[in-house]
Design a protein. Structure first.
Length: 83
């Protein structure tokens, strides 16, 4: 499963901080104004935004992303001169 990366700037909205959601995520998941999404985060700097509320579904999707990320890390670490 492919995954996508994007960077966002944190902005001030009133007395809160906010970020925009990537347009590709919005389109692919049909996110609409006023819709609730699940946010899971740890205090280690990782935040997950999901259209799913079910933890088992989120877990499955995260495992798929982690497998793709692992493959990318391995590919980036390989030395092209060794081939």
């Amino acid at each position: 499963m492919p995954f996508f990366e994007s960077s966002r700037k944190v902005q001030v909205m009133g007395s809160s901080l906010a970020m925009t959601i990537p347009a590709l995520f919005v389109k692919a998941n049909e996110v609409e104004k006023g819709q609730e999404v699940s946010v899971i985060f740890g205090l280690d700097g990782v935040l997950v935004l999901s259209k799913f509320a079910d933890h088992e579904t989120i877990r499955g999707q995260l495992l798929s992303i982690l497998e793709s990320l692992e493959a990318r890390v391995i590919d980036e670490g390989s030395d092209p001169d060794e081939e």
